[in-house]
Ligand binder design. Sequence first.
Ligand SMILES: [Zn+2]
Length: 567
Amino acid sequence: MRTLYRRTLGLAVVSLLAASCWSGNEEPTEVAQRLKRRAQGPGKGGKAAAAARPVKPKGPAPTGPNVLILVWDTVRADHLSAYGYGLDTSPNLKAFAKEGVLYERAISPAMWTLPSHSAMFTGLPESANGATADHKWLDDKFPTMAESFSDYGYDTYLFSANPYLQDHTNLGQGFDAREYPWDPKWKRKAAANTRAKLIADDASTELSPAYVEGEFSSGRPNDKVKEAGPVSAEALLTWVDGRAEAARPWFAVINYMEAHAPRIPSIESRSALFDVAAIAQQKKVDESYGRLLAYTTHVREYTDAELATIAQVYDASLRDLDQATGALFDTLRQKGVLDNTIVVITADHGEHLGENHLLDHKYSVYNALVHVPLVIRYPARLKPGVVTQVVSNLGIWGTVADLAGAPPPPAGTLSPSLVDPSKLMPEAFSELVAATPMALGRMAKAGEQFEWGPFLRTYAAVQDNAHKCIISHAKDGTDEQRKLFDLVADPLEARDLPAGKAKEAAALCDRIVPWRATFTAYDPATGEKPPARASDPELAARLQALGYLDEGTAAAPAGDKPATEGK
Ligand SMILES: [Zn+2]
């Protein structure tokens, strides 16, 4: 079953999220049993309880350090003061990075939540692990970093404010315990944290108190727990302290959503970066999800001043994120566990803020989306410093395994340790394997001459320290286009160069095919079928609040409709 069109927003979308792309073969018995066990877990969809996966008895406790991976969802490196940005958006990360290694040019292999996390967790790129907009599921057959640490004897924990890291995508593999800000245990505190940031006369987003539904509104989603940074710190520490064996090392991943739209940064963070007049303007510019998409699709423009205001709100949200993370660092330091913990701070992807006429994080592999922060602190093994060479976030698993003395990622993965960059390949790759044509039906209706084609293309990119090549194709694989960039002179990829004037970049393009030959491409015909799930209105609302909900593609011209639902 591949083709799914809907004319109206319906709750059935949640079950489709998981079930849309099963294409045939019977599952192997073991996989079927594991899926069945998960389907019978204590929670469903967004209501998943903390321990949806049966916890296996652990062997002897390893002697290695703890591992803490903090994923700042939707954070681009170049807007962080730790990376030289002009506004002090990340004072805590800046100070923290001085005690660790800052990778100046860390590249994410993917550009939205599902494929980026699945790549980080498996050490395999999107085209190998198959978790795409067409198949929103990480197959059980791929070993994950959390599974490896759990099998090695670590206690493992996930706290995610992003609803994609749940049962319906199978991204929770290997975590003994999983918690979310909408769990009954944390919901009240997460909602209170969100409420405390709301400004009465802010009309900019769907979550803002003074928001008025406009031409591109899709309702007022009632998901008010996404601002969960401080709650995630409390949840982690509560879990750490509540474990059966205090001496056993732990492996934890936290996903933060403060920088993800709809953005509602605190007045404290706005005031730290901007004057009163700028803040007044921030509250007026319509940043609702549909309005952002209307700009990207050329259906409605923003002025340059409005785009600058959107970037300001983004910057203030980064400061909120940094404050919450700094508080966690302080607590870990006070408890005396920080130095015995490998801490990784990174992002799954960035955010467009108007470059190349794009907002949000769809439809491109430009560096606004794939150049992400990466800081690793572990004083026992890492001398503080800066790595200037381009590296791929696929290497996070290999790196923490190396530092912890844990088993390395299995053969066949693309996850080398990043500890010694001189041993690494000089390029990093990014992909957009399946287009995410979400909500474009509404844009097509609003735009007089809307063209679907540009939003259905697939992309592959390769970059080294100086140049970048992006190759894209139409949905049917035809119409290859190449764009070449000089990243030193043009870091935001505003001007693609003729091949004759960018010979080094043109040569880079030839690296993509050999790179893809180093791994086995995912074959949808032998992929796993996600377990069928009942519709979950709460999860649907949560995804809608973050712009992750298709609203129909019926307006597309015949023969040019996307063959999949959006993410
Ligand atoms: Zn994300």
